[in-house]
Write a new protein. Structure first.
Length: 255
């Protein structure tokens, strides 16, 4: 079993908030979104202790049985603070990171991910979900990675051996680039990834899953692997108001 970290920080960019609020604290069917994520983790056979990082006072009022670390203004700083807290409680090298805004996530999806991770040797396991798997949610019009093997969306959790990450600053640069305008964001990401790879992706269109794995591995200084999930809920994050309104129509369960 491994410890889990749920990233429930308040986005510093106001246009990334929904109704001006931290997404973790938005409610669906009387429960805040992060409760659904934590509940799924508590019912996974692979998760031991759970640590949340975010606005401590607000989270303590809603969450029981979880350690809560006060957020700071840095995404990387939040990740490292929570990672250090999780490692204090376990000698396990791996830690499970999850975003707070995937309320449809289930114990089955988490355990299936772990089953697949256990058959692969890597330092960083990252889920992807095919367009075919996501077909029942096509109305959300989410973006996809277009690769030789097909079209994929990222999942919103990962299993990581944080001690093996050599280029931690790259993670924050890539995360921050997503907040900029589309043109500037793409330019920043191109600088991080390299123009040759960007040209292959957008012009030659001959990039494979293995190519991306090799690129990320070399940039981060570890062994990065994709793990395909058959569960669409692994990729159903609340990124915009329309996502929240759509998922609010679903009957969600606390296990």
């Amino acid at each position: 079993m491994v410890n889990a970290i749920v990233l429930a920080g308040t986005d510093q960019e106001k246009d990334k908030l929904i109704y001006g609020r931290n997404k973790a604290l938005l409610e669906i069917n009387g429960h805040c979104i992060v409760e659904y994520v934590v509940d799924a983790l508590k019912n996974s056979k692979n998760i031991d202790d759970i640590t949340l990082i975010g606005p401590k006072t607000e989270l303590e009022a809603r969450m029981n049985g979880c350690a809560i670390v006060q957020e700071n203004s840095s995404f990387l700083g939040n990740c490292l603070s929570a990672y250090e807290e999780a490692r204090k409680k376990s000698n396990a090298e791996r830690v499970f990171f999850s975003c707070c805004d995937i309320p449809l996530i289930t114990p089955a999806a988490i355990d299936d991910f772990f089953d697949k991770c256990n058959s692969i040797k890597a330092d960083f396991y990252f889920p992807i979900v095919s367009k075919e798997t996501m077909k029942n949610y096509s109305e959300l019009k989410k973006p996809y990675m277009h690769l030789i093997e097909g079209d994929y969306r990222p999942g919103y959790f990962a299993v990581v051996n944080g001690d093996k990450i050599k280029n931690k600053k790259l993670i924050e640069k890539a995360f921050n680039a997503r907040k900029l305008s589309k043109f500037v964001s793409n330019a920043r990401l191109a600088m991080l990834i390299g123009p040759a790879f960007i040209l292959r992706y957008y012009v030659a269109r001959d990039v494979s899953l293995k190519d991306v794995e090799n690129l990320v591995s070399s940039k981060m200084g570890l062994d990065f692997k994709f793990v395909e999930s058959k569960y669409p809920e692994a990729s159903l994050e609340i990124d915009e108001e329309k996502d929240y309104l759509f998922l609010n129509q679903h009957q969600l369960y606390v296990y």
